[in-house]
Design a protein around this ligand. Structure first.
Ligand code: SAH
Ligand code: SF4
Length: 365
């Protein structure tokens, strides 16, 4: 049986659905606009705070609906860069969201760039060998409201810390679907959540600052290319040949590079914007010069930007990152081939930056 919430969450409703829902309780449709204001502009945490609604309506909402379908179990902060929120779903499922603050050169910390990294599933079925999220297997998809509510929890947390008049603007600069789970395996809920994030009646967040990261589900990538909202795509490549990729990513057997590359090429052609290729550097797995040359070839073919990510150790797994010299040599090959790329600096390594680890630890304890 697929998971469903005990009561419908308003975060999963479009304005039309909300109006229809309120009508069931005998409330006029203009109330929907007020409720949306409370949800996405003022971002209140409860129905009680929606102070311009009549008391009976608040009572009705309390009985018939849910606002946040998950609650914050704990927040864990490391240095001043990364912070994790561990959320608990109605069924006890643990969901994690990460807020990353990149300090900007020469400006005060209050103007750092903030990226929020959200989860799309509980666990993951794709079982990449290096990834903590895949270790415990797949539990369930998150509902669209459970995805949207991750942003609202973070927004409220930020507003509590900085209750300045500007708090009604969305307090982050980028959204990435790089937490737990494979977003394209929960396609409809992810696209529905993005609609709410992007819509004027919702969080009104620019589509170009939203990135979906995928391990490479070919049919869904092709479908995604036709979605009207112009979000970005990042492909977790991690291997520049089938032989290397399928050793660490079982999904490559189902969708090998000769099918995957044309699908992402079509996506970037339709969207007319640059794709990102993520490439975790793992010692003696994918860090050879041959892999670097093959990666450069793929990146040039796709006009893609490459994000090199030195591997974050996962307890219980044998992999580790190559030393700095090796990372630099790899990067040099890309540079000489004219490939635009960055080497990602560690963010919050000390609080288990890699996906899924906080959740795993918590479940163990
Ligand atoms: N399932 C999607 C999105 C979630 S994973 C995907 O695979 O793209 C987000 C990113 O974190 C992916 O690029 C993934 O490969 C990477 N990742 C997973 N474990 C990691 C680790 N231990 N160190 C560094 N990056 C890791
Ligand atoms: Fe799933 Fe992505 Fe982790 Fe692979 S890297 S197991 S697809 S979350």
């Amino acid at each position: 049986m697929p998971f469903s919430l005990a009561k419908p969450s308003l975060y999963g409703m479009s304005p039309e659905q909300l109006a229809e829902f309120l009508q069931q309780g005998g409330f006029p449709t203009f109330r929907a606009k007020q409720v949306l204001e409370w949800m996405y502009r003022k971002r209140v945490a409860s129905f009680e705070e929606m102070s311009n609604l009549p008391k009976p309506m608040i009572e009705w909402l309390r009985n018939e609906a849910t606002l946040s379908p998950n609650e914050v179990l704990l927040t864990k902060k490391a240095s001043d860069i990364t912070e994790k929120l561990l959320l608990k779903g109605e069924d006890g499922a643990l969901i994690e969201t990460v807020l990353i603050r990149y300090p900007q050169m020469g400006v005060g910390s209050e103007s750092s760039r903030k990226t929020i990294c959200v989860s799309s599933q509980v666990g993951c079925a794709y079982g990449c060998k290096f990834c903590a999220s895949g270790l415990a297997g797949w539990k369930r998809n998150l509902t669209d409201s459970e995805i949207v509510s991750q942003f609202l929890h973070v927004a409220r947390l930020e507003a509590e810390r900085d209750p300045s008049p500007s708090k009604q603007s969305v307090p982050f600069d980028n959204i990435v679907f790089m937490g737990m789970g494979e977003p394209l395996a929960n396609y409809d809920n992810v696209v529905s959540a993005i609609r709410t994030l992007n819509a004027e009646w919702g969080l009104h967040f620019g589509a170009r600052r939203i990135t979906i990261s995928t391990s490479g589900l070919v049919p869904q990538i092709r479908k995604l290319a036709n979605e009207p909202i112009q979000f970005r795509l990042a492909l977790s490549l991690h291997g520049a040949s089938n032989a290397v990729r399928e050793k660490i990513m079982p999904v490559n057997k189902r969708y090998p590079l000769e099918e995957l590359i044309p699908a992402v090429a079509e996506f970037s052609k339709k969207r007319g914007r640059m794709l990102t290729l993520e490439f975790i550097l793992i010692e003696e797995v994918n860090d050879s010069y041959d892999q670097a040359r093959k990666l450069a070839h793929i990146a040039n073919e796709l006009h893609a930007h490459v994000n090199l990510i030195p591997y974050n150790r996962v307890e219980g797994l044998p992999w580790k990152r190559p030393n700095i010299k090796r990372q630099q040599a790899f990067s040099k090959i890309l540079k000489e081939a004219g490939v635009s790329h960055t080497v990602r600096k560690e963010k919050g390594h000390d609080i288990d930056a890699a996906c899924g680890q906080l959740r795993l630890r918590h479940e163990e304890s």
